[in-house]
Design a binder for this molecule. Structure first.
Ligand SMILES: NC(=O)c1ccc[n+]([C@@H]2O[C@H](COP(=O)([O-])OP(=O)(O)OC[C@H]3O[C@@H](n4cnc5c(N)ncnc54)[C@H](O)[C@@H]3O)[C@@H](O)[C@H]2O)c1
Ligand SMILES: [Zn+2]
Ligand SMILES: [Zn+2]
Length: 384
């Protein structure tokens, strides 16, 4: 089959690779309908996280049709149209049973690598190197989906492909930012980043009853989308003192909940030092969120691509009685609810698919998302 592979020099190219096969009873094989780029891929391209080895297939946000089913699979049949959670979890370990599938002990082909990086093994992600999962990605004609009863979900007939695709990663990530930040009715919520994840965090905050939702970014076209499609207020950080403006918009206190959904080090503003240390640039969105947040409020961090941030204001967390949490999305838990909301038209996502390419032109899609000669929120690839 054809797939977008990582090359020896870090370049991307569509190549012929072997078709995936069922490896155990819980697998299904999915024939990909759509597969999308993600901000989480950009640090791979920038070389700030361990790069995939040559030949590995990229991509983790996808939807397709089940074409083969392992003997132990209960919930899926050949022909089902499914959206697949971007991360891989077993559904049975201590963490999965406690509702933390992205912390799964059995969701990686090389748990010792993620343990060395993070202190504990965590769930892997499709289309990432061995240290972050080691499962072949979705920018391909077919994908092997392990633990299919846990991570693949039938899409309601009324939800079309362009909408359901975002249930794979961006929608559950946005939902986690708002829910994990404990948005309550009447809250003022600020979101850093107007990419797909930030926009869907903003939308989730509305759904959880926020009274005011404010999105911060530096890209006018993305901010315009956040206003038009999400109904958020926006702050263009290029010409505004973000912290002061957020105070004005929150009765002088600061937002109750701050969600960080900002892109990690990518093409923009990435110094050579950033590249080598895996550290991010200043002003960092997490640091700004901690300073802006009201006393006793909460900050939820979604960007896992930045491994370390210099000068983290621990004193501010203590003196302002903040709750700071983070997490990777728990789609295994949230996707059915998100698909229901999509079916009810409460959650619209199709505007995020700004560009469409046949799979053979996938490398162009990444270049567009990374270099942004024009605004590209998600490039979506069509393999068939
Ligand atoms: N936790 C999860 O489960 C999960 C899942 C998917 C993506 N992510 C992460 O969420 C983040 C957003 O993903 P995306 O696909 O929307 O990425 P994206 O790259 O499309 O968008 C990120 C946006 O953040 C903006 N930004 C960068 N620095 C900023 C700052 N200091 N203040 C305000 N805005 C800033 C950028 O201009 C960009 O518009 C990424 O870091 C990604 O790795 C997390
Ligand atoms: Zn993603
Ligand atoms: Zn598990």
């Amino acid at each position: 089959m054809r797939a977008l592979c990582w090359g020896t020099g870090g370049e991307l190219a569509v190549r012929q690779v072997p078709d995936p096969e069922l490896r155990n009873d819980h697998d299904v094989i999915v024939r990909v309908r759509l597969s999308a780029t993600c901000g989480a891929d950009l640090p791979l391209l920038a070389g700030t996280v361990p790069a995939p080895t040559a030949g590995e297939v990229l991509g983790h946000e996808f939807l397709g049709d089940v074409v083969e089913v392992g003997a132990g699979v209960r919930r899926h049949r050949i022909g089902d149209r499914v959206v697949v959670c971007a991360s891989v979890a077993c559904g049975a370990c201590w963490y999965c049973r406690r509702g933390l599938p992205s912390c799964c002990d059995n969701g990686s082909t090389d748990p010792t690598a993620s343990e060395a990086e993070w202190g504990h093994p965590v769930a892997g992600c499709f289309g990432h190197p061995r240290s972050a999962g080691g499962f072949a990605g979705s920018h391909a004609e077919y994908v092997r989906v392990p633990y299919a009863d846990v991570g693949a979900f039938a899409v309601p007939e009324s939800v079309d492909d362009d909408r359901a695709l975002f249930a794979s990663d961006a929608a559950p990530a946005g939902w986690l930012g708002a829910e994990g930040g404990e948005v309550r009715p009447g809250d003022v919520v600020a979101v850093w980043g107007a990419g797909a994840v930030g926009q869907l965090a903003a939308r989730s905050a509305w759904l959880l009853g926020a009274e005011r939702v404010i999105v911060v970014d530096r890209h006018p076209a993305r901010l315009q989308m956040a206003r038009h499609h999400v109904g958020a207020e926006t702050i263009d950080r290029r010409d505004t003192d973000v912290t002061a403006r957020l105070r004005e918009l929150s009765g002088g206190r600061g937002p109750d909940v701050c969600v960080e959904a900002a892109g990690g080090p990518a093409g923009e503003n990435l110094s050579l030092a950033d590249r080598f240390t895996g550290r991010t640039r200043a002003p960092d969105a997490v640091r700004e969120a901690v300073y802006a947040c009201r006393k006793g409020g909460s900050v939820f961090v979604l960007n896992g691509g930045v491994r370390r941030v210099d000068a983290f204001p621990t004193g501010t967390v203590v003196h302002k009685a903040l709750t700071v949490r983070g997490g990777r999305q728990h789609g295994q838990r949230h996707i059915p609810m998100l698909l229901e909301r999509m079916a009810r038209d409460e959650l619209r996502t199709e505007h995020l698919a700004t560009h469409r390419f046949c799979l053979d032109r996938a490398a162009e899609g990444y270049a567009l998302m990374r270099d942004r000669p024009e605004e590209c929120v998600r490039a979506v690839f069509v393999p068939h």
